[in-house]
Design a protein around this ligand. Sequence first.
Ligand SMILES: Nc1nc2c(c(=O)[nH]1)N[C@H]1C(S)=C(S)[C@@H](COP(=O)(O)O)O[C@H]1N2
Ligand SMILES: [Mo]
Length: 364
Amino acid sequence: MKTVPKPTTESGATTDVPLTAEELQLASRNHAMPLEMLAADRTPAGMHYVLIHFDVPAIDAGAWRLRIGGAVRRPLEFTLAQLQAREQRTLAVTLECSGNGRSLLKPRPVSQPWIHGGIGTADWTGTPLAPLLAEAGVEPESVDMVFTGADRGVQGDEEQNYARSLNVSESMSPDVLLLAYAMNGAPLPPQHGFPLRLVVPGWYGMASVKWLTGIEAITVPFTGFQQMSSYRYTSDEADLGQPVTRMKVRALMVPPGIPYFMTRDRLVNAGQVLLRGRAWSGRAPIRQVKVAVDGVWSEAQLDPPDGEFAWRGWTFRWQAEPGRHQLMCRAMDALGQVQPLEPEWNYLGFGNNAVQKVQVTVRS
Ligand SMILES: Nc1nc2c(c(=O)[nH]1)N[C@H]1C(S)=C(S)[C@@H](COP(=O)(O)O)O[C@H]1N2
Ligand SMILES: [Mo]
């Protein structure tokens, strides 16, 4: 057996407060994308992150219908086959959970305890939403479109179906919101919304309602739980704050070398190491990625863009010297937005896009 250096004591997952049993329960249902999968352009369905508030609903695809109603001139109803017969588009879309990075906040908000892996990029195939809404004829006094899933549960003392809204202009966006029935060329897996989900490119994942059954135009702003009581940047329980919308700029790297089982620190051989990762922003294209070795920043090489809504690959050649090192990566988008070096805390732990820090031991 080869002897190896001891890992550093600080594990990437170290938090200020021990995890609760409830968080463990959530964490074992909702899984992350392992960061080594950042090496792949597309995330295989089984490795894409999963976030489910309630239970995966059992849906009989034959009996299932999508209903479009509310303040529309012509309420519509579709079978899955009817939707599949309409205009078909496939888009590569990076989805990120808005709670990604929550566990790295101090104090740590208690909810799904993501570290970095609440992300994934899939090819989503479906039919564009805007022409369907045009056919239904959304009444001019409508303000919001409410997207409702078949899953039901209790959150914040309220019994509810998971439901989110977008305003009418967001819903009709030329950014092609998809009613998706396939992921990476296969029918949606149950955990990702079978038989139909909404995919809202550029937005944090909460907008992409799974197990979609209803789309309703309403003439007063939507006040559902997942809109008004959650998915908001707030300072405390009483604060209404601001809604969580598009994904903030972010880069992540494939952790180099091999991991230590418990701490997930990395063990790397000295010499040239090709660091690689992905960067994305829901607001503008990625313009630059930088990598820091022990706090010294250099520019990484960007791969060609991969469509408008998928993450962008990057690489960086690192001459690894023996010893302990800290690696970081940091993206900037075309609006000049950069990632903060330290997490910006908010009460529910949303949108933590602080730079990733990776502890590496280099052996000679
Ligand atoms: N119906 C329904 N849609 C949902 C959710 C849910 O719990 N129920 N979770 C949302 C959240 S918070 C995220 S981050 C994404 C996760 O999508 P994925 O599991 O396919 O990665 O789905 C969103 N859509
Ligand atoms: Mo999420």
